[in-house]
Write a protein that binds this ligand. Structure first.
Ligand SMILES: Cc1cc2nc3c(=O)[nH]c(=O)nc-3n(C[C@H](O)[C@H](O)[C@H](O)COP(=O)(O)O)c2cc1C
Length: 207
């Protein structure tokens, strides 16, 4: 069985606009791909390890080309478990609202935990090399405002950031579905959710 890791970065459940789109994607995807399982990682219910001074020391040990040892290795157990869980997936679905023009802190915290040298990337003479290869990702977002017009592009730090950060570790096959605007009137919201759900269905059938 192949695994789709569904990373959820909204604390809202039934009320979530993002998840209303993701649920359509998952329904069609699982109906079509019966050889795939979906594993859920709900970041709002996850006790992510804090990056204490000791844990950050570990990052510099790895950046220096050495392996973790002794107390540092112990302090990194939870970090390594999260990295291994991430790497065990064959593809990813991220469900995230826009928060303050970017991503919610739970998702940033998760990225700070898993993006580690030797595990997800390494520096070589030729530059950085992402170590997560041949994996694809779908990112479903929802936003209160509308960032589709060229004059609003500069305020969208969410899609460019996620594309860059995942590209950095080797994931470049990324498709975004952005439901927007969600907070500029109920009629528009209902219409844009429907449009995003139609795209999600189409994408799940294409994959
Ligand atoms: C803390 C917080 C910050 C937000 N910041 C933005 C923002 O910068 N730009 C925007 O367009 N919408 C912003 N919103 C609105 C959400 O992106 C929007 O309501 C989204 O649909 C919520 O998704 P959800 O229902 O899946 O949680 C913010 C909402 C919250 C709760």
């Amino acid at each position: 069985m192949k695994k789709l890791l569904h990373i959820i970065a909204t604390p809202r459940t039934e009320e979530s606009r993002t998840l209303q789109v993701s649920q359509v994607f998952l329904k069609v995807f699982t109906e079509k791909h019966t050889d795939w399982v979906v594993e859920e990682l709900d970041l709002s219910n996850e006790q992510l390890p804090f990056l204490t001074a000791k844990r950050v020391d570990g990052k510099y040990v790895l950046l220096g080309g050495k392996d973790l040892y002794g107390e540092l290795k112990e302090a990194w157990q939870e970090i390594v478990a999260h990295i291994e869980r991430f790497k065990s997936a064959d593809a990813y679905l991220i469900s995230t609202p826009m928060w303050n023009f970017s991503i919610p802190y739970s998702l940033k915290h998760y990225l700070d935990v898993i993006l580690q040298p030797k595990y997800l990337f390494r520096y070589t003479a030729a530059g950085v090399e992402g170590l997560v290869k041949n994996k694809s990702m779908v990112v479903i977002t929802s936003r209160g405002g509308d960032y589709t017009s060229p004059k609003m592009h500069g305020a969208d730090f969410q899609e460019p950031y996620l594309r860059f950060v995942f590209g950095f570790i080797g994931i470049t096959d990324i498709t975004f579905i952005n439901a927007q605007p969600m907070d500029m009137g109920e009629t528009l919201q209902a219409q844009k959710i429907k449009e995003a759900q139609a795209r999600a269905k189409e994408l799940a059938l294409q994959l």
